[in-house]
Design a protein. Structure first.
Lengths: 342, 273, 259, 273, 259
């Protein structure tokens, strides 16, 4: 797909309010950008920007490619099959980079909003009277969806917070979140690190209840990241800048809707269209993914996670964060759009 | 009927006709069983999930699944999923069957080729599709073609193995006939080897069809935006179990259909059996 | 040889009924076979010989009519059938095949062993008792089938072209063996064959059947005294006449059923 | 050698011996091919990934994979994975084969049972294991047993189908023999139906074995903490491709081994073939 | 009938060599068959009859010795074989089976059609030309095999017990048909059989072989003029003597090879 992209010579970043976008000029030729998605709500920025025509304003056509989870996107991203992907912070991700798969970390794609974590622990109904405090997790079976990943990282932070060691609890690896519902219902597991909207659906269906909030012990965890293919970020700067600007516009609408409560119906409409959560009423109840309107990430936390995986022996090789992190395009886009008023 | 001695006699023809009629009734009741059994199963499921024996949250009753089916059908989405998957299955099936047949015939006919390739086939066959997905993506990208290749890959093995077996099982006397009547290599291939291997080959193809369906979920796990496998997978991940069951029932339905279709085709293709 | 009637068949008819076409396989067949008699049934292909034998063997129900097999002893099975080569069960060893009938009747192990060995010896298969049938030639397989039926010690023996698949020399060796066992046991035998020579060599009486519907049209007593040899059968001019008579009958029937 | 007329004559025995020796050499070179071909494949792979024809990040050279294999082997982890998976495969295999054989025999022998169950089998068979995982978890939890059940579920179908086919393919004359010699239902079952169906049944079991291996990754995707499937899946998810390939090669190796083992067993179990 | 030599076999020996045991199937077989002659090869089972025929048919190489088949015409194939029932190819229709040899030689379509129809008519299969062999009886399948070989119009015909699997009545019908086609075409035929009657009915000359190693031990000219009937063969006392002579030879050979 990259062959048909626009010129790469000089960056065209003149702002002109007469442009359809109100800022940057549209590309001369229509360019197609392929975004790898896993149907998660954290792709909100992409969906909104597409539906509200922010991409179109720049003459960008986006196409979504569905993946089961973000790790599987990496080979596709590195080989240029897709231009943009959402990456959950995992050892796999760092490993791929360490082993020469060149991808760029460019913007925030998900963090927990304090007190409203979309990615947090739940406990089974049979545990409601047993687990009252974090230290009550002692001796319990806790399901996590993957090892050497943000999931395990949050899990370990929680244990630290509870004053427990890994030997105090029973770790269960359960490949996907859907299966956790069944497992927690039949008592195979006592608690799980679950994600929205399954948290809310599980509560509605009476499978589990939310337990505390992940920001209690991991307040500034970077859960997911927007990743760009190196070709896309380096060789097609005109496209990537415009893409990022449109994306941020989408993210800002999302914040307007879910944080400020402005235009919520329209956004929920878009979300039901693009994600697996088709019930608008449920959207009113879920704790949504935090998406920074300026694309800012908790980079320190990313490095901290990396160090943790490395200490665990899950990473072979080294990641050069200076090379892997490239926020320049995002910063430039924020510059053009102006900082978001919170 | 009584004969001259006054004994009761039965008309043998009538006796057999009665017998035959009884047989027919039995036959028909067996066919009825075939229809009843899935209905009964669904009914049982309905009752179990209504009475709470089955957890309704995990096992929505068939009636609810059917409602969902019609919802999906009326908004048209379902047909996209079905047609996309059918296309992929068909294309993958062909892409697996054709090389499978060609390589299988070559392996069957030429011992050195057979000895060279069969260990590779034996070694690659047990590797689960699921584990091959990343490699397939690297080679074939994330487009439709990669799904087709995934399916083709799993169809290939049973076809190749049965084709080889088919060729090796051709009766020796037919090879002698061909030789005695001076068949050229080309004639031998098309008049003896291929049709002779066909019946066993078709068994392999039938198996390949089953495997193509089994693979569709794995194939559509990655990089897809539609398809029955995609429907199942995304519905499941979003805990929309009714939609998931619609997908499962669709697969099961198509499996049934394809089996019948291939059995019919088999009768057409090998009329001599 | 006593003159007791062993098999009595009365007005037996068998119709195979199907939706569109029904076949009368045999029609009003009545026949009496004496104790110890060796009777051959000869007739054109498809005339219902097998059907008749299968009815006697309990494998098929008659459409009308009945038959009785006189039982001398309560312990003996009424009948045993000698099937063709394919009737040897491939997953049983030679020994197990011969013992099959006895095993099915759950007789004492020791008795079964003795009886089996006895008949294995009679047919010359003692050295092959542990082998599977696939390792044996067609003639040897047929010996198993014969030994199995005789070992079961039934009231009567039914044989449906047991030697049809064998070559002429093997056929004759087996015919001789069959006669020798038969003369020891004096069983009543109903034997189907297409081979007139075979019928002349083996039987006391030959029953000729017509093409379908199969009816009994003629009976021929074989005049040569036993023990017979093939040379006698071939050299005897009376036999040559008999042969030609049966031959002509069969040719006529075959022509008739084809025409 | 010359005969009395002075013509060159060949000793027929010697001629044939020469011929036979030539044949033997050919035979041995074919066997050599069978060993050479996987080696050649690995060599090609090594060269391709060293020269950059294959992307080394996705296809580590076999030499590197072997090094990783020894690393994993020496730290003992590998044996845990292997033994856990072998246990699950064996248990799942048995749990699929035994009911498969029993139900298959019943279906083969009793037409009403066959007519009742076969549509259910036909409908359930095409449903991919991957899609059944959540249901299995709900019923069987996440322990070892759920993996065993997953494997059993996929082994069951080929076994049941081939067992039915095996029973139905028993030659009619053998049924006649059993009937004529007065076999009781029990004797009939054990002396005729079961051994008669065995050869075709064993084909199904052979297929079941292949499927058990294909399923191990799916089975160990969820709730496992060890096993070859777990090794493959977690290595893959952590982008540790060398470890993943070690797992794949192990599966391929065991697939090969099991096939050979079952073929050997088959010869023992059906010596009459 | 000319006196030209059509088949000349010179000192043919075939050894089947295996690691542990080698079998000399035929040993120093020399034989001349005249143009248009019908020669039957008779011998105990396993004496190498099939091996000899397979060598002539080009399906096996001789270990030593050679043979020549005199060619009258460049267009004709040297030989065609009539295989047993199983040699009929099940995936070809009756018609295609009969045309098989002609099709393999890629002759003109029109010629093939005519030749095929001609021989289909001769063996009475015209009405069955579009059927597959499975729908036919054993006798009809054997007719296909015969028609196929004759339609191919070879220099010589080789037949390996073509009628062994048929019942006696069918066998005779086919023997008559074979003789009638043969007398029209006057092909040179080498015919294997175990049946002495068959050999006496069909052949000009009978070659007797010994049990293995297979050697030719005796030749018998059949004295009855053609056309012959089975009645003649059976009624003729000279024939009966011939029969018994051959019979005794075979019995002796079989006993010898068993002992
Ligand atoms: N199960 C059956 N269903 C229908 N028709 C049958 C069945 N069994 C036999 N027949 C018919 O009954 C007739 C007699 O058959 P049967 O096998 O008894 O003849 P046969 O005298 O044994 O012939 P052959 O000499 O060829 O063995 C034939 O026309 C045959 O087609
Ligand atoms: N391919 C082979 N390999 C080894 N031995 C063989 C082979 N073919 C035939 N023989 C042996 O050669 C001998 C002659 O066999 P052949 O088939 O020619 O006999 P035959 O006279 O045709 O017997 P039959 O009358 O039973 O058909 C036999 O001992 C046989 O075992
Ligand atoms: Mg019959
Ligand atoms: Mg032979």
């Amino acid at each position: 797909s990259s062959k048909e992209k626009g010129s790469t010579d000089a960056i065209d970043d003149d702002v002109n309010t007469n442009n359809p976008s109100g800022d940057l000029a549209p590309l001369e030729k229509k360019v197609k950008v392929i975004i790898a998605e896993d149907g998660a709500a954290s792709g909100a920025g992409f969906y909104i920007a597409k539906e509200k025509g922010y991409f179109e304003d720049y003459n960008i056509e986006v196409e979504f490619a569905q993946f089961a989870n973000s790790d599987e996107m990496l080979p596709a991203l590195a080989s240029g099959e897709v231009d943009i992907a959402g990456g959950v912070s995992t050892a796999s991700f760092f490993n791929a980079i360490a082993q020469g798969i060149d991808v760029k970390i460019i913007a925030d794609k998900g963090h927990n909003v304090p007190g409203k974590s979309y990615f947090t622990f739940v406990i089974g109904n049979h545990m409601q009277d047993v687990i009252k405090e974090y230290k009550d997790f002692k001796g319990k079976r806790i399901a996590i969806s993957s090892k050497n990943s943000i999931d395990e990282y949050i899990y370990l932070e929680m244990l630290k917070h509870a004053g427990l060691t890994q030997d105090d609890v029973e770790f269960v690896l359960l490949g996907d979140f859907g299966s956790m519902l069944g497992a927690i219902e039949n008592g195979s597991i006592d608690a799980a690190l679950q994600i929205e909207p399954l948290i809310t659906q599980g509560i509605e269906n009476g499978f589990h209840t939310r337990f505390g909030d992940a920001t209690d012990y991991a307040p500034e965890s970077q859960i997911a990241l927007v990743l760009g293919s190196p070709q896309f970020m380096n060789d097609e700067k005109n496209v990537s800048l415009r893409f990022m600007a449109a994306y941020l516009k989408g993210v800002r609408d999302y914040n307007d809707a879910f944080i400020k409560g402005e235009g919520k119906d329209e956004i929920i409409d878009i979300m039901t269209k693009h994600t697996a959560l088709k019930d608008p009423a449920l959207w009113e109840k879920v704790f949504v993914t935090g998406l920074d309107p300026d694309g800012k990430m908790f980079l320190d936390d990313v490095v901290k996670q990396y160090d943790a995986y490395k200490a665990n022996g899950a990473i072979s090789g080294d990641v050069d964060f200076d090379k892997a992190v490239d926020t320049s395009t995002t910063e430039k886009a924020v510059e053009i759009l102006g900082a978001y008023e919170r | 009927m009584r004969d001259e001695k006054g004994n009761v006699r039965f008309d043998p023809y009538e006796t057999e006709q009665q017998e035959w009629k009884k047989q027919q009734v039995k036959e028909r009741s067996k066919q009825l069983l075939t229809i009843i059994s899935p209905v009964l199963l669904l009914l049982l499921w309905e009752i179990c999930s209504r009475t709470g024996i089955l957890d309704i949250r995990f096992f929505p009753p068939p009636s609810a699944i059917i409602t969902t089916f019609f919802e999906l059908a009326t908004n048209g989405l379902l047909w996209t999923h079905v047609s996309v998957s059918l296309y992929r299955i068909a294309a993958g099936f062909l892409l697996g069957v054709i090389p499978g047949v060609v390589i299988g015939l070559l392996m069957g006919l030429y011992a050195p080729i057979r000895h060279f390739i069969s260990p590779i086939v034996m070694a690659l066959m047990p590797i689960p599709t699921l584990a091959l997905l990343p490699i397939i993506i690297i080679f074939f990208g994330i487009g439709d073609f990669s799904k087709v290749v995934t399916i083709a890959g799993s169809v290939f093995f049973p076809v190749v193995i049965n084709t080889v077996a088919g060729v090796l099982n051709i009766e020796k006397v037919h090879l002698d006939v061909a030789k005695n009547y001076g068949a050229s290599p080309k004639d031998f291939f098309f008049k003896i080897a291929f049709p002779g291997a066909l019946p066993v080959m078709l068994e392999g193809i039938q198996m390949g069809q089953a495997i193509a369906l089994l693979t569709i979920v794995a194939a559509e796990m990655m990089g897809a935006t539609s398809g029955i496998g995609y429907l199942i997978w995304t519905s499941y991940k979003a805990f929309m179990l009714k939609e998931m069951f619609v997908g499962l029932i669709l697969i099961s339905f198509f499996g049934f259909l394809f089996s019948l279709f291939l059995r019919g085709l088999q009768k057409k293709i090998v009329p001599w059996r | 040889m006593s003159n007791d009637v062993k098999i009595s068949i009365e007005d037996l008819t068998k119709v195979f009924y199907k939706k569109n076409n029904s076949v009368t396989a045999i029609k009003n067949v009545s026949l009496e076979v004496e104790e110890g008699e060796f009777v051959c049934l000869v007739g054109p292909s498809g005339c219902g010989k097998t059907t008749l034998l299968r009815i006697l063997a309990g494998l098929e129900h008659p459409s009308s009519g009945q038959f009785t097999i006189a039982a001398d002893s309560d312990f003996r099975p009424l009948q045993s059938m000698v099937f063709q080569e394919k009737g040897v069960i491939p997953w049983l060893t030679v020994e197990e095949n011969v013992a099959f009938g006895l095993n099915m009747r759950h007789l004492p192990k020791e008795f079964i062993r003795k009886q089996t060995n006895n008949y294995l010896k009679k047919v010359g298969l003692s050295n092959f008792s542990k082998l599977y049938p696939k390792e044996l030639s067609g003639g040897m397989k047929q010996r198993i089938s014969i030994a199995r039926a005789f070992a079961n010690d039934p009231e009567i023996l039914l044989m449906d072209e047991p030697f049809a698949a064998l070559d002429e020399q093997n056929k004759f060796i087996l015919q001789e063996e069959l006669l020798s066992i038969w003369s020891e046991t004096k069983k009543t035998v109903l034997f189907i064959t297409h081979s007139i020579d075979e019928a002349l060599l083996l039987s006391d009486r030959i029953i000729l059947m017509s093409a379908h519907p199969g009816e009994i049209v003629k009976e021929i007593k074989v005049p040569i005294p036993r023990p017979r040899t093939m040379e006698q059968v071939r050299a005897n001019t009376e036999m040559a006449e008999q042969f030609i008579a049966i031959w002509n009958h069969l040719q006529k029937e075959v022509q008739r059923s084809r025409g």
